[in-house]
Design a protein around this ligand. Structure first.
Ligand code: ADP
Ligand code: MG
Length: 271
């Protein structure tokens, strides 16, 4: 069983812990970030908008945005009349030749925060350090799955290594892959499926944001929360609530159902 991280194992409700700027006022960095995220439905986008609203900021004026691009698994790009904004992870900045304050290496190796960089017209303008919480029932839900005999658990995420590792450690999951784009998640799942020696079933659990392709590719795709239409379309099982514990319940119900079907077939043939 393979899990997505953001919104699946974690709440997807990010708090903005720290804002660094390259010269602009902090408030301006947050305002531009909120404007850039105003078209996105990613949990990160909703959290940035919430942080901006919490400072008393007005709802971003979407008419200022001429063009919007959702760069799945990396961030967003928007074109304003006066400037182009890029908001997203380190890879997005590297791909667009944005020079970061600490070129080359990851800024704070130890930091367990998800970091969003803001670039204005290709120049670094600041960064938002945001953090997410493990779902309160995540550890218990994983425990129940282990009791059902699901022993091989792993996490695939688009986030930074440090963040993914922290969540994995807390849940006792040893196999992780990080900084993956949606297509790379599919490749990572396929690698795991072909590495299986026993004849098993690969189950992927995700919230459907940036992981619809891998939900579709797995043997059984489980979408958590009726969040995105894409997830419902590509999943085999949809858990309507956000409750991870329901996965173990669904497996228990399906095992019981199969058992009853077998009994009925045997009885019917016997009669
Ligand atoms: P996960 O696999 O953990 O669910 P995603 O694939 O949804 O994560 O996103 C991977 C990374 O891409 C995020 O950690 C973030 O750095 C960046 N990202 C994705 N969407 C956005 C967005 N709307 N705004 C800023 N950054 C984003
Ligand atoms: Mg996710």
């Amino acid at each position: 069983m393979v899990f997505d991280k953001t919104g699946t194992l974690t709440q997807g409700n990010f708090a903005v812990d720290q804002i660094k700027t390259g010269g602009l006022p902090v408030e301006e960095v947050l305002r531009l970030a909120a404007l850039a995220e105003s078209f996105s439905s990613h949990p990160i986008a909703l959290s940035v908008l919430q942080a901006w609203a919490a400072t008393g900021g007005e709802t971003p004026d979407q008419k200022q945005v001429r063009q919007y691009h959702d760069l799945a698994g990396r961030g967003v790009a928007v074109e304003l009349a006066a400037a182009n904004l890029l908001l997203g992870n380190r890879q997005l900045m590297l791909d667009n030749q944005v020079r970061l304050p600490q070129p080359g290496q990851d800024p704070d190796e130890a930091a367990e925060a998800t970091i969003l960089y803001l670039a204005i017209d290709g120049l670094y303008a600041g960064e938002l350090w945001i953090s997410d919480q493990l779902k309160p029932d995540a550890a218990a839900a994983i425990g129940k799955l282990r009791l059902l005999g699901i022993s091989e658990l792993s996490i695939l995420s688009g986030d930074r290594r440090q963040v993914v590792q922290k969540i994995a450690n807390r849940l006792g999951i040893s196999q992780v892959a990080y900084e993956l784009l949606p297509a790379q998640k599919v490749a990572a799942l396929e690698t795991m499926m072909s590495a299986q020696t026993r004849n098993g079933t690969a189950i992927y659990v995700g919230d459907g944001i940036n992981d619809a392709p891998v939900l579709a590719r797995s043997d059984v795709g489980i979408a958590l929360g009726a969040g995105s239409d894409a997830a419902i379309e590509s999943a085999d099982v949809v858990i309507m609530s956000d409750d991870l514990g329901k996965i173990a319940e669904a497996i228990a119900i399906s095992r019981k159902t199969s058992r009853i079907i077998r009994q009925n077939v045997v009885l019917a043939l016997g009669m």
